[in-house]
Design a protein around this ligand. Structure first.
Ligand SMILES: [Zn+2]
Length: 130
C-alpha cells in the first residue's frame, strides 16, 4: 500500500492514536518508561548501555530514516521517537540512542516538517520514502 506524503495521509495513519484509551499509569509498558530514556555504546571501550526492558516492547510504527523513527506502544498507542546519533571521538566513536515519549500533536508536527514523497506500508509499519 502506498500513499502520497500529505498532511491528510499522515493524519490518517496517526489519527487512531490521537487519544490513548487508557491512562499512562494504567499502561504496563508506558508506566515503566520515563519520558526520555537514553543509552550510549562505546564499542572501543567495550561499554554498552542498557535500556529498560519495556523499550523492546515498543513497536516500529513509522520509519523516517535509519537514524530516527516513530515507535508505538502496542498496549495504549502512545508514541515515541527513537533517535540514533553517532559521535566521532578520538580513539573510537560513541553511539547514542534516545527514546522520547511524544504527544500526537508533536508527532504530527515532526512528520509535517519532512519533505518526503510517499508513505509505504511494510507489514505493520510505515516507511517514509523520498
Ligand atoms: Zn503504553
Amino acid at each position: 500500500m502506498e500513499y502520497l506524503y500529505t498532511v491528510e495521509n499522515i493524519k490518517r495513519i496517526l489519527g487512531p492514536w490521537e487519544h490513548p484509551e487508557i491512562q499512562l499509569s494504567e499502561c504496563r509498558i508506558c508506566s515503566n518508561l520515563p519520558e526520555n530514556v537514553s543509552k550510549v555504546n562505546v564499542p572501543s571501550r567495550n561499554e554498552f548501555g542498557v535500556f529498560p526492558n519495556e523499550v523492546a516492547k515498543l513497536e516500529e510504527f513509522i520509519l523516517v530514516k535509519y537514524t530516527w523513527q516513530i515507535l508505538k506502544c502496542p498496549v495504549c498507542g502512545r508514541l515515541y521517537t527513537d533517535e540514533y546519533h553517532y559521535e566521532s571521538l578520538v580513539g573510537g566513536g560513541e553511539d547514542e540512542y534516545l527514546i522520547s515519549r511524544i504527544e500526537y500533536a508533536d508527532a504530527l508536527e515532526l512528520l509535517k516538517g519532512i519533505k518526503a514523497k510517499k508513505l509505504i506500508k511494510d507489514g505493520a509499519r510505515w516507511l517514509v520514502s523520498w
